[in-house]
Design a protein around this ligand. Structure first.
Ligand code: GLU
Length: 451
């Protein structure tokens, strides 16, 4: 990169910081993309003139609203809800809803920005959006969850629609919450339409959607390894998280001949040197999905396993790491530990789980590093196919969807290689994903003129 371009990039980032004060997650996400995009558009005047990156980094709109609900003790509670509609150049806004105490405008803007590139990479017609609330579902009864979801949808419904904006699940929003929100949308509008994805199979959900993000991340890892004539067979993995993404990633990693050593939740991580086999995984699924318990209980149930309170699993000696919990869970120090222990591949099931400093460590060590916007795109890709099935009023079978998922992940990997191959055997997957994701959205925006 030339000196003047560095200055342009710095000026651009100064502007982003000034316009979004205190929004550190959003600024981090833009920073990660801007560097690569500036390299790419260096000799492409039309993108500069049209201020494309500046426009993608300014959401089309941010809707914020009050969500009022009553808890089981008849206390009136007030939460804040948002929907960030980032960009709909290539299709209706699309992206999940997150319920977590850490949710704020910065987090949702970063997620909606990332989603724009991720959805573009899938090749399907989906724009980028994200929504959520600072509501904390932990410890709430089913009726409290239902009342909250109904109240949330009572405001959200006016901003969404199958050709406008199609939300789905994310952290804290699974099939139970999608069911409550879909029911409320239908009640208010009297319309049955594919306005949400991740729905139950009985009412328009797609086969393979629950598995898609975790399986897709492992397929992306397979593609990265295959590009180096390697495979998962005989490899060990540290996986963080114990939600839908982590558990399906663990399931597929094991099925393909690997050994999963760790899982985690916000209290800490468990390390099982014998590996988390099929039966143990089924036990964790029941713990998390039905009993809604804590991962520490694993160490009481299975001898040989240890629980490490308040810690993350990046110091465990493994071949592969799959951060599948949340943003910024893999910092510089954890990244160094992984590299020092000989880890050869990191693939992100979560969105932006690695800090900018952590990413730098992986790049310098030249290990395989698959960023979330490419590696975890399998989930939203099957969501896109759920939209197609709803529009056709038909359900496709499991095998067809599974084949489509593997093809989609292979296609995303190929795009990353096309734009990220450094010519010396190293593929910069971040650069590849950023440029390929950007190009499609940018070209659509150019076609529209100044809008
Ligand atoms: N929340 C998921 C993601 O980060 C899925 C979004 C969707 O299916 O629309 O990609």
């Amino acid at each position: 990169m030339a000196v003047s371009d560095h200055a342009d990039l710095e000026r651009f980032m100064e502007g982003v910081k000034k316009r979004n004060p205190g929004q550190s997650e959003f600024i981090q996400a833009v920073q990660e993309v801007a560097q690569d995009v500036f390299d790419f558009i260096e000799d492409k005047e039309e993108y500069h003139e049209a201020q494309i990156l500046r426009r993608i980094a300014e959401p089309d709109r941010v809707v914020s609203f009050r969500v009022c609900w009553e808890d089981d003790n008849h206390n009136i509670r007030v939460q804040r809800g948002w929907r960030v509609q980032n960009n709909n150049a290539i299709g209706p806004y699309k992206g999940g809803i997150r319920f977590h105490s850490s949710v704020n405008e910065s987090v949702l803007k970063f997620l909606a920005f990332e989603q724009t590139f991720k959805n573009s990479l899938t090749g399907l017609p989906m724009g980028g959006g994200k929504g959520g609330s600072n509501f904390n579902p932990k410890g709430k009864s089913d009726s409290e969850i239902m009342r909250f979801c109904q109240s949330f949808m009572t405001e959200l419904y006016r901003h969404i629609g199958p050709d406008i904006d199609v939300p789905a699940g994310d952290i804290g929003v699974g099939s139970r919450e999608i069911g409550f929100m879909f029911g409320q949308y239908k009640r208010i509008t009297n319309r049955w339409e594919g306005v949400l994805t991740g729905k139950g199979i009985e009412y328009g959900g797609s086969k393979m959607r629950p598995e898609a993000t975790g399986y897709g991340a492992v397929y992306f890892l397979c593609n990265m390894l295959a590009h180096k004539d390697d495979s998962i067979e005989g490899k060990t993995a540290a996986i963080s998280g114990s939600g839908n993404v982590a558990l399906h990633a663990a399931e597929k990693f094991r099925e393909l001949g690997g050994k999963v050593l760790t899982l985690s939740d916000s209290d800490g991580f468990i390390h099982d040197p014998d590996g988390i086999d099929e039966d143990k995984l089924a036990w964790v699924k029941d713990l998390k999905l039905n009993r809604r318990g804590r991962i520490s209980e694993y160490a009481d149930e299975f001898s040989g396993a240890e629980f490490h309170e308040g810690k993350r699993p990046w110091h465990v000696d493994v071949d592969c790491a799959l951060p599948c919990a949340t943003q910024n869970e893999l910092e510089e120090e954890g990244a160094k530990a992984l590299v020092d222990n000989g880890c050869i591949a990191v693939v992100e099931g979560a969105n932006m789980p690695t800090t900018l400093e952590g990413v730098k460590i992986f790049h310098e060590a030249r290990i395989l590093y698959g960023p979330g916007k490419a590696a975890n795109a399998g989930g939203v890709a099957i969501s896109g196919l759920e939209m197609s099935q709803n529009a056709e009023r038909i359900s496709w079978n499991h095998d067809r969807l599974h084949d489509m998922l593997t093809d989609l992940m292979e296609g995303i990997h190929e795009k990353c290689v096309t734009y990220g191959d450094q010519g010396d055997g190293y593929v910069d997957y971040v650069k590849g994903a950023n440029i390929a994701g950007f190009k499609k959205v940018a070209d659509a925006m150019l076609a529209f003129g100044v809008v």
